[in-house]
Design a protein around this ligand. Structure first.
Ligand code: PLP
Length: 388
């Protein structure tokens, strides 16, 4: 029988359906889903508006090249206009976060006519060749070298390290909160300095908001926490309400220099993706998802701190909005497994962090459930460590 390659460790359960912040396995066990398909299901599973838009679009027309116009794309543009990052009035749609990063890197090279890209230690930007080149983890990169270069990795949150950004830098790519790298929020002075330096040397600042974007951190765009404007924003995951779609936002001064043939995609901006994004925007506005993420994130963090901070193996509980990491002094895999046994799905970040990426629908009792499950996972990990 043909084998489906997964590239991820199998979690040992078969999920058959999802609704809101919950999923169910084949034995009808209910789980709180703080994994959310690597953060995609921020609007919850099976959002009614997203489903209705997709069904209708499927019936009307599901595929149509960008060479032709169609009403759903016009509707999407109208909806997205109120949510787009400030000054970034040009949009290209693709299908995954990595593809959005690829396009951003291509554009930076074309516009600046420079080659070097600066990224940061612990960064994650995807696994296609360009995106992988600016991803920090050597384990992901080394088997595929030589990658696209030159790339220089600087210390994240270290203003001094920004001196290496010079007139030969085409672009700097940064996550406002490093996700895969360990849920590490950027410091305000770091982001402000990064903006200043890139402006000074005319390097393009690419804000990779694939994980942080669309409300998760308590603002529609996480870089808004730092009162800065950026040159390019890449988005993905949450923006399609579960449908695979990504986006690159650009300002006019870059958009004007893009020519026919510079990029393209068979599926990019297809009517189904446009329908999904339109619906997601409607939900984002009517449900005020960013405000909810901010309030709920603060509450969740408080509950987690109360219940977990006293454990010796807990180094730090940190995050922004509903992007939360419990950083341990040890490998978190056993705790993540115990969380799953307690019917709470979470994921690993970096080498030592338990990561929660909840749907915005999470309630206080869900938070208590997750915190109690985390306490069990952490206390058992701690006792096992003491015993060994
Ligand atoms: C910040 C960031 N950029 C890019 C990506 C790659 O996205 P995708 O897996 O959709 O290609 C991810 C995925 O986790 C991400 O977190």
């Amino acid at each position: 029988m043909i084998k489906l390659l997964k590239f991820y460790q199998d979690r040992g359960i078969k999920i058959v359906r999802g609704e809101g912040q919950y999923v169910w396995d084949e034995r009808n066990n209910k789980y709180l889903d703080l994994h959310a398909g690597h953060g995609v299901a921020f609007l919850g599973h099976g959002n009614k508006i997203v489903i209705d838009y997709l069904k209708k679009q499927m019936e009307e027309i599901s595929t149509l090249s960008l060479a032709f116009n169609t009403p759903i794309r016009e509707e999407m543009i109208k909806e997205l206009d109120e949510l787009k990052p400030e000054n970034l009035d040009n949009l290209f749609l693709l299908n995954s976060g990595s593809e959005a990063v690829e396009l951003a890197l291509k554009i930076a090279r074309k516009i600046t006519k420079r080659r070097k890209v600066v990224a940061f230690k612990n960064s994650f930007h995807g696994r296609s060749m360009g995106a992988l080149s600016v991803t920090w983890n050597k384990k992901y990169r080394e088997p595929f070298e030589p990658l696209i270069g030159p790339v220089e990795f600087l210390e994240y949150n270290n203003v001094d390290s920004l001196k290496s950004i010079t007139e030969d830098t085409a672009a700097v790519i940064v996550e406002p909160v490093q996700g895969e790298g360990g849920v590490i929020p950027a410091k305000k002075e770091f982001m402000k300095s990064l903006r200043e330096v890139t402006e000074k040397v005319n390097a393009i600042l690419i804000m990779d908001e694939v994980q942080t974007g669309f409300g998760r951190t308590g603002k529609i765009w996480a870089h808004q926490h730092f009162d800065i404007k950026t040159d390019i924003v890449t988005a993905g995951k949450a923006i399609g309400g579960g449908f695979p779609v990504s986006a690159v936002f650009l300002p006019d001064w870059i958009g004007e220099k893009i020519e026919e043939g510079d990029h393209g995609s068979t599926y990019g901006g297809n009517p189904l993706a446009a329908a999904a994004v339109t619906a997601a925007c409607k939900v984002a506005k009517s449900e005020k998802i960013a405000e909810q993420a901010q309030k709920k994130g603060e509450l969740f963090m408080r509950i987690l701190k109360e219940k977990l901070e006293d454990y010796k193996i807990v180094r730090e509980i940190r995050g922004l909005g509903l992007m939360i990491g419990i950083d341990l002094k040890v490998n978190p895999s056993m705790a993540i497994k115990i969380l799953q046994d307690e019917k709470v799905l979470s994921l690993k970040a970096g080498l030592t962090t338990i990561r929660f990426l909840p749907p915005y629908l999470i309630t206080q009792s869900d938070m208590e459930w997750a915190s109690d499950a985390a306490r069990k996972g952490i206390s058992e990990t701690e006792s096992k460590r003491i015993a060994s």
